[in-house]
Ligand binder design. Structure first.
Ligand SMILES: Cc1cc2nc3c(=O)[nH]c(=O)nc-3n(C[C@H](O)[C@H](O)[C@H](O)COP(=O)(O)OP(=O)(O)OC[C@H]3O[C@@H](n4cnc5c(N)ncnc54)[C@H](O)[C@@H]3O)c2cc1C
Length: 401
């Protein structure tokens, strides 16, 4: 494997690092203490600057105004942007829009692309993805109560979803609903585009998550679909292919998420080391002089480095042998990086003592919000089981002495 970063990418990453340091990190104190809606004009101004720098939508197709970086390149960008919770949003590559853009590009009709994909890549509108249900296990989404029943030229959707991230202020949702109840479990559900102003699309609430309901892009909603009627032309891809398309959405998306988490680790690590370097704990002693803190610094450095290499390797596997062949590597990074991130944030917070618990640094925000990484996109346990099953299969007829 070649670890060299191309001159083009070195330039791009240098520009992003500088932008994150100068334009985004200084916004964080306001972001942590005020509703994000009040920062909308500032976000728009920063987005304009990113467009002028020609760094907008780094992973999205060129024909729609993106940079169309490949997976390895965007992995590095995602790491750089992960150093601030505002990075991906301001550069136009934030979840869940990024995943929705991928599937609209791959499976959308020309009419769907014109109406939804173009303004979405451009950042003029936002979207959400509505699959998880309140009463049924998200870990086993083939158990789904939401239905889309044909009536004339329409689908009529009924069901209760939650954790529809960023539904507040979104223009449309991509909803998973059962359209073919008689088919096999993986062919029952379809993806359907539902404009959020459709009668029967009811955003019940933004769910309080770790004490904050949030608003706008930074929120997770509960949605009640009550006789929500949309034309059948809003079907995304073939009917019954909801899970097939969902798989497409998750592979590269996990690389983006994991590298964003590495970026968070880098930021937490920077804060931890500088705090240890500067904090006086006795008249003649700094915190960094303590061996236990030195041990944490070394362990975190090793954990971040190994997690980062695992993600880059998985991205390289996807690019060289394909998503299907890389399934073990994708599952491995999902739970390894989520846990490394949790440990690094926790250690950084501990080194900051009482300060770490406040919103005077970004650490408490990360501690609250990033715990979810071990749950969404497949809980740790689900990925571990999947990895173990693949390994056991590899060993089925393997002779070992
Ligand atoms: C911050 C956040 C954002 C999210 N955003 C979205 C979104 O935009 N759209 C969307 O549709 N959903 C979203 N989700 C939902 C997410 O996908 C689900 O929470 C996840 O799939 C787990 O489903 P569940 O919550 O129903 O937990 P369950 O399926 O009930 O699982 C609970 C726990 O049981 C254990 N478990 C589950 N299955 C197994 C198994 N086979 N073996 C061993 N242990 C197991 C795991 O520890 C798991 O955490 C989001 C969730 C969070 C927290």
């Amino acid at each position: 494997m070649d670890f060299a970063v191309s001159p083009k990418m070195q330039t791009i990453l240098g520009m992003i690092d500088e932008f994150v340091d100068k334009e985004l990190i200084p916004l964080e104190p306001e972001f942590l203490t005020k509703p994000s809606t009040s920062l909308r004009p500032v976000f728009e101004e920063k987005r304009k600057m990113v467009k002028q720098m020609e760094l907008w939508a780094p992973n999205h197709p060129k024909e729609y105004g993106g940079m169309e970086l490949n997976l390895m390149e965007h992995a590095l960008v995602s790491e750089a942007l992960g150093r601030s919770p505002l990075g991906h949003y301001v550069f136009g590559c934030q979840a869940p829009d990024a995943g929705n853009i991928e599937i609209l590009h791959q499976f959308g009709s020309e009419a769907q692309k014109e109406k939804y994909l173009s303004p979405l890549v451009d950042g003029k509108i936002r979207s959400c993805f509505s699959m998880t249900e309140v009463e049924l296990p998200g870990s086993n989404p083939v158990m789904m109560d939401t239905t889309a029943v044909k009536d004339g030229d329409d689908y009529v959707i009924n069901g209760q979803k939650w954790y529809t991230s960023s539904a507040d202020g979104a223009e449309f949702a991509i909803v998973m609903a059962v359209t073919n109840p008689e088919a096999g479990p993986y062919l029952q559900a379809s993806m359907i585009i539902v404009p959020t102003d459709t009668p029967g699309f009811n955003r019940v609430r933004n769910i309080p998550v770790m004490g904050h309901a949030g608003e706008d892009y930074f929120s997770h909603a509960e949605i009640l679909y009550q006789n929500c009627r949309v034309p059948q032309t809003n079907l995304l891809g073939p009917e019954g292919h909801g899970f097939v398309i969902a798989q497409e959405r998750l592979g590269p998306g996990r690389i983006h998420h994991c590298m964003r988490w590495i970026g968070i680790c880098n930021r937490a690590f920077d804060l931890m080391v500088t705090r240890a370097r500067d904090r006086i704990i006795a008249p003649d002693r700094k915190l960094a002089a303590k061996q236990i803190i030195q041990s944490w610094i070394a362990e975190c450095a090793a954990d971040i480095q190994s997690a980062r290499l695992m993600v880059l390797h998985a991205a390289w596997m996807i690019e060289t042998v394909g998503k299907k062949e890389a399934r073990k590597e994708i599952s491995l990074i999902k739970f390894v990086v989520a846990n490394v991130m949790q440990k690094v944030i926790d250690r950084a917070l501990q080194v900051h003592g009482g300060l770490g618990m406040t919103d005077d640094t970004i650490l408490a925000f990360y501690y609250r919000h990033e715990r979810a990484a071990r749950i969404y996109d497949g809980a740790d346990e689900v990925h571990k089981i999947s990895v173990a099953k693949r390994i056991l299969k590899e060993y089925e007829n393997k002779k070992v002495r």
